[in-house]
Design a protein around this ligand. Structure first.
Ligand code: PEP
Ligand code: MN
Length: 317
């Protein structure tokens, strides 16, 4: 029986002619496209660690945490100025003021910033401040937003929809790529599944890391904070994600001296824990002996238009 709308991973080269490994043989079986975000290289020689608050709440909280994240050795700062909340009555983020605070945090620490954009109309405004635009789990299926961020001229962190299949996730990435932007980093953030919510927020799908790496040349990172929803699980989940081949981590950090976080406090870790995770990521990358050799581009003619700036890295798996 054939069912309308059913796809499988065999269809990925057709769904994703721009992003699938099979349709882009110049990447071979293992090479990863390096996505450069203001000098931070996703899919490069070492895993990238991004830390910061769930939401930008105040100047003191975000700039203070940015310094702590920097001291912990992380590579980038995260923080939502616009927050997708379950209740419209809850804190929705600090908006334009939050973007302003993020740019101060970058100025003071030098850390590049990733922040979420939820509304296609806000893309130019957010892109003026962000070094990388985050498309959140709830918006992974928002095709007009995907097209808009694809035209923004900034690298994109594309979170996996909480109920999205790998085909749907890669299809969403292809919407961005179709606009000429191949600078996309995938982010696994946990999926709904039994018994989600009983002892963790979502189910961290570690298996999708090697699966995605087999099917696309894009780098993939993991958000252990939303995936678990439990601060004590974030450190072991981070280690597990790196062992499974994640190119990096996106982690929520809080410091209760700035007050209780307005969202997701229960999954936030402190800066000392972040520093241990950074150390683990560093130790692991040294041990892995990842080579920086460029594999031969086997089929230059078929390289996507923007391949002039493409760089390759042999990745350990
Ligand atoms: C976030 O990273 O701030 C966030 C809202 O995550 P997600 O879209 O994965 O729920
Ligand atoms: Mn959060």
């Amino acid at each position: 029986m054939r069912i309308a709308g059913q796809v499988s991973i065999d269809d990925i080269p057709k769904i994703c002619p721009l992003l699938s490994r099979e349709a882009n043989p110049q990447y071979g079986e293992k090479a990863t496209r390096v996505v450069d975000v203001a000098g931070v290289r996703f899919g490069g020689e070492r895993a990238v660690v991004i830390g910061g608050p769930c939401a930008v709440e105040s100047h003191a909280q975000t700039v203070g945490l940015a310094h702590a994240v920097k001291r912990a050795g992380a590579d980038m700062l995260r923080g939502g100025a616009y927050k997708p909340r379950t209740s419209p009555h809850d804190f929705q983020g600090s908006g334009l003021e939050g973007l302003c605070i993020l740019s101060i945090a970058r100025e003071e620490t030098g850390l590049p910033i990733v922040t979420e954009v939820m509304d296609p109309r806000m893309v130019p405004e957010v892109a003026r401040v962000a070094d990388m635009l985050q498309v959140g789990s709830r918006n992974m299926h928002n095709y007009s937003l995907l097209a808009e961020v694809g035209r923004a001229g900034k690298p994109i962190l594309l979170k996996r929809g909480m109920s999205a299949s790998l085909c749907e996730w890669l299809g969403a990435a292809e919407y961005i790529a179709k606009q000429g932007n191949l600078n996309i980093v995938l982010c696994e953030r946990g999926i709904r599944g039994f018994p989600s919510g009983e002892y963790s927020r979502y189910v961290l799908d570690l298996n999708v890391i090697p699966a995605a790496r087999m099917l696309t040349y894009l780098p993939i990172v993991v958000d252990p904070s939303h995936a678990t929803g439990v601060s004590a699980m974030v450190e072991p989940a981070s280690r597990a994600a790196l062992e499974m081949g994640s190119h990096g981590l996106l982690i929520e950090v809080a410091d209760y001296s700035y007050g209780e976080p307005k969202c997701d406090g229960l999954q936030a870790i402190d800066a000392a824990t972040l520093a241990r995770i950074v150390e683990f990521a560093g130790a692991r990358r040294q041990e892995s002996g990842v080579s920086n050799q460029k594999p031969e581009v086997r089929n230059k003619e078929e390289a996507p238009a923007s391949s002039a700036k493409m760089s390759f890295v042999e990745t350990a798996s």
